[in-house]
Design a protein around this ligand. Structure first.
Ligand SMILES: [Zn+2]
Length: 60
């Protein structure tokens, strides 16, 4: 039996707070290290590259 809240989580590399998986991170979960843009900015340019804007999974 799986609970609805059974989502992956990991600590933010900057503030150390636990980040719970979010839908918008589905593709970049392995690259996400910061809980927010603010933490990422604090960390400097070492942030992971954002996903390409032309994602092929969007039929339009
Ligand atoms: Zn953070």
């Amino acid at each position: 039996m799986r609970k609805k809240s059974d989502l992956p989580a990991k600590p933010c590399a900057t503030c150390g707070r636990p980040m719970v998986w979010r839908r918008k991170w589905a593709r970049v979960w392995d690259e996400v290290r910061h809980c927010s843009d603010r933490c990422r900015a604090r960390r400097g340019p070492a942030a992971p590259a954002p996903p390409p804007p032309d994602a092929p999974q969007r039929p339009r």
